[in-house]
Unconditional design. Sequence first.
Length: 331
Amino acid sequence: MWKNVPFFPEQASTLAGEVDALYFTFLGISVFFGLLVAGLVVFFAIRFRRRSEDEIGRPEKAGIWLEIIWSVIPLAILLAMFAWGAKVYVQAFRPPGNAIEYFVTAKQWMWKFQHPQGNREINNLHVPLGQPIRLTMTSEDVIHSFFVPAFRVKADVLPGRYTTVWFEASKVGTFHLFCAEYCGAEHSMMGGSIIVMEPADYEMWLAGRDSGPSVIASGEELFKLKACNTCHRSDSATLAPILHGVFGEEVEFEGGGTQIVDENYLRESIMNPTAKLVKGYKPLMPTYKGQMTEDEVLQLIGYIKSLASDAKEDHGAVSDSSSPDPVPDEG
Ligand code: CUA
């Protein structure tokens, strides 16, 4: 009977066991000390109760060593709990380098997914087993929260910026996705499924559908369509910074300050280009606020990120050859 009561979701990701171990250990420690303190309160209340009307308590002197022991031992326990919790936290929020990136856009009241190959899904997300998956998420309207209990994964999904989660599914099956942040009338209906498949089945699933252009291809198309390429050129940094290789690097701003180029910085630069002006450039770029959907911004960022890896390969090639690449001259 108790098996049917979902007190605890099944463990279906590589992180789940770790999170549960942490959770149950903390719960155990809390219950132990809770009962110990409550028990001692009751015991002392009875043991040292006032036995006659005119009894006056004597001052008690606890030995210094007793005080040191009950300070140092809990301190050590708490620090160990902190260290363990921090380790699991870092693990949970630092996607491994080989994670494949999927895009998530939340809106009232649905989840929209895009696979790197270009496939789009609503409320369902198919993923391969045993592959780290990184989700870059944003919202088109209000705050939502992406919550898959079986993976022990939960993160707010915010309008106007990106948050990420990652997981590696360890079990084939269908796992419930919840929105875990009240987001309006149909919040409770805003759910879906993560469908974990054997890698071969996933490949077949992908092959059996019309995926459309990949994220990078869509981004490249947009890069031309929105005329980004007229200023952000690969061969000239006169009007705007070269974007090849920029992702993950540090940029310097006019008037001081630096930042590592990440998804949020790229998003800000597209929506509010003058907020942080790269050193040596004038505020020429117009804003693209309201001119692109969240999906399109994600694709554009996906494309810019892909330039990063290209450029690093190109870099080697360029430094190997002594003659510069022929540059087409344009009037
Ligand atoms: Cu979206 Cu609750």
